[in-house]
Design a protein around this ligand. Sequence first.
Ligand SMILES: C[S@@+](CC[C@H](N)C(=O)[O-])C[C@H]1O[C@@H](n2cnc3c(N)ncnc32)[C@H](O)[C@@H]1O
Length: 232
Amino acid sequence: MQIDVFTLFPEWFDWMRRPRHLANASGSDQLELRCFNYRDYTPLPAGQVDDAPYGGGAGMVLRVDVVAAALEAVYGTAAEDVKRDRHVVVLTPRGRTFSDAIVREYAQYERITLLSGRYEGFDGRVHRYLASDELSLGGFVLAGGETAAMAVIDAVGRRLPGALGNVDSLEHESFSPALEGRVEHLHFSRPAEFRGWAVPRVLLSGDHAAVARWRDEQSQQSPGPADGPRSE
Ligand SMILES: C[S@@+](CC[C@H](N)C(=O)[O-])C[C@H]1O[C@@H](n2cnc3c(N)ncnc32)[C@H](O)[C@@H]1O
């Protein structure tokens, strides 16, 4: 898989090559992460990428001609045609809310382009004519799309072959079909007791069926104060 990020802050993504699952995936040629700065391709003088919104209002808008120029320079094709070959995603609070189902969908694509915005966001024609999808990290507003792009790269990257040592972790984790979309149970490790806080006794019983039953019950609960050791 190749993931390209268009951003005003490409250097922010340098650290992303370090998390082990991403490094594993890139090391095995499963994930190539590339970052491009709109400013390097802008046809406007002095590195300008934004402009005032038509109709007035606060803030600046990332210009469509700047985004198109960046896409055309990198892919060598008309900007509106890039989405024929790649999944081109505008990161925006208007988009589909990122979820496990979308992670699984995205893990199937060979080529993804993430368009990260700043200021008031993109000119509407970027959404309408250049993108195949619009994605939101959730019902809140970030200062920029970079952290949203990082979340997408992290979640999709860890699903690629070779990213994780234990493939089983992918199949039995929160929101997976195996858990029917529920959250996973809490995990416990040594010490068995710490400051009077004991791990659930069933986990020390050696009774695998009872452990499986307990985990299943726990995974049916939503996260909150009723979960795990706090109720012990
Ligand atoms: C300050 S935001 C723009 C917010 C926009 N004016 C609005 O009210 O919806 C700047 C950029 O951050 C990114 N962004 C902000 N919130 C986001 C979210 N919830 N999901 C994904 N990207 C987001 C987008 O790329 C957006 O272009």
